[in-house]
Design a protein around this ligand. Structure first.
Ligand code: ASP
Length: 439
């Protein structure tokens, strides 16, 4: 069985478009719970709570919720086995284990470097356009900060002390660590290793087919997720915070359409237009799921089948990128920090700005590839420069939409870096990359 690829992409885009329309129509039909003073009631994540009318209960929280949840769960279902099996195969396919070090260093360097660029753009724009000055508190909602993981905890947590719990918790860094270790062991185990490896190769094929099957459901899943977001995320809040919203989006667009293509061209000589044509599927998935992790199956499939990156590189860079490379998130954190400082009337000195650049780069590394994770890590950045954390309540109302856009940028960054690293390691088949119909 193979996919009618162009039809699927087309159908997913139709699902996206219909989702936006349905969401906007629904947003006119629903209402939210308010207290006696007429203020919106919010849940513990700062989201407005729907009232209990028919459309709210059966359409938005019922049908759309169900269809969307099935979509996300089906994707997540294959992430862990996919990453593990694919990375074992990728590692064992390295003819020289030292290559792992080179690939690892190049990837880390590019991931951190691009994040540094991203946040610098964000802060530069925010200092010039001052999104937080002269703002009223109209949009403010309550925010109760949750504990984010510190970078030390992230680092020490890379080594699992129990493989089963790494799998159960879908801890990506632990899974990456275990898969690389097993891949290396298989590589040096001679015949027995080869026999097990054959099994893994077969499993890899089967999992790839599983992705294809699950993707058939994507147009419906994308429709449901998008419709729900557009129905419940108030555009009134976007207007109130228009400058902040716009600045984050502009910084994301600059990073996505100028920085990545330039790096691709300069560092690898690859055609950026071809790259963007092939990025449509992962970008739409990232946009509608707001999760780099849930998008891994599509990202990996696109890189290997459509762009010609070898599994040796992609199986390592993609899960790692979905876990630590969050340029879009760093952009939001940069703009949000300057925004909150300006709102609170605090001038950030050059030392503090450098601290923000450094902390946000690290914080974005520690941000999990799941919806809203960036907001949790923003607490660390704000604490580091002594800004009031409760002001996160200002931006929470529009964060879901921004989350969708920044996740698309996060995933684009993973793919751009994978192509650059794969090309430099001679692990990119340019025939496939340049073939518009590949995959
Ligand atoms: N949702 C983002 C991602 O999965 C993380 C974030 O910025 O919240 O890449």
């Amino acid at each position: 069985m193979d996919l009618a690829k162009s039809n699927l992409t087309r159908n997913i885009l139709i699902g996206l478009g219909l989702g936006v329309i349905a969401g906007l129509v629904l947003s006119q039909m629903i209402s939210f719970q308010v207290d006696e003073a007429g203020k919106f009631l919010t849940d513990k994540n700062g989201r407005k709570i729907l009232s209990d009318g028919f459309v709210e209960t059966y359409v938005v929280s019922g049908g759309l919720e169900l269809l969307g949840a099935i979509f996300i769960k089906a994707l997540k279902l294959i992430v862990v086995p996919l990453v593990f099996v694919s990375l074992v195969c990728g590692t064992a396919a390295l003819d020289d284990i030292r290559k792992l070090g080179t690939i690892g260093l190049k990837t880390l360097g590019l991931y951190l470097g691009t994040t540094g660029i991203a946040i610098s753009i964000a802060i530069g724009l925010s200092l010039v356009f001052k999104p937080g000055s002269g703002l009223s508190e109209v949009a403010k909602r309550v925010y109760e900060p949750r504990e984010g993981e510190s970078i030390l905890e992230v680092l020490s947590g890379i080594v699992p002390n129990n493989l089963a719990s790494a799998f159960l918790q879908a801890d990506m860094l632990q899974i990456i660590f275990s898969a690389v270790l097993l891949g290396v062991a298989l590589l040096v185990s001679g015949q027995p290793g080869q026999r097990i490896l054959n099994l893994f190769s077969d499993l890899n094929e089967v999992i790839m087919k599983l992705i294809v099957i699950i993707m058939f459901y994507a147009p419906i899943g994308v429709f449901a997720k998008i419709a729900q977001v557009f129905a419940t995320e108030g555009f009134d809040t976007i207007l109130a915070l228009g400058k902040y919203f716009l600045l984050v989006v502009v910084a994301l667009v600059i990073h996505g359409t100028i920085v990545y293509p330039t790096l691709l061209k300069v560092l690898s000589g690859l055609n950026p237009i071809t790259f963007f044509r092939k990025m449509r599927d992962p970008q739409v998935f990232a946009f509608s799921t707001a999760s780099s992790n849930a998008t891994i199956p599509v990202t990996l499939r696109t890189l290997e089948n459509r762009m010609g990156a070898h599994n040796k590189v992609a199986s390592f860079t993609v899960p790692l990128g979905a876990t630590i490379n969050m340029d879009g998130t760093a952009i939001m954190q940069g703009v949000a920090t300057v925004f909150i400082a300006q709102f609170a009337g605090i001038d950030l000195g050059i030392g503090q700005i450098l601290t923000v650049i450094f902390t946000a780069t690290i914080a974005s590394v520690g941000t999990a590839g799941v919806p809203s994770a960036g907001l949790i890590m923003l607490v660390i950045v704000l604490n580091q420069v002594g800004l009031p954390v409760e002001h996160i309540g200002l931006i929470i109302g529009i964060d879901r939409l921004l989350d969708m856009v920044r996740t698309a940028v996060n995933v684009t960054g993973d793919c751009a870096v994978t192509c650059i690293v794969a090309k430099s390691e001679k692990q990119l088949d340019e025939k496939i990359y340049n073939d518009a119909d590949a995959g």
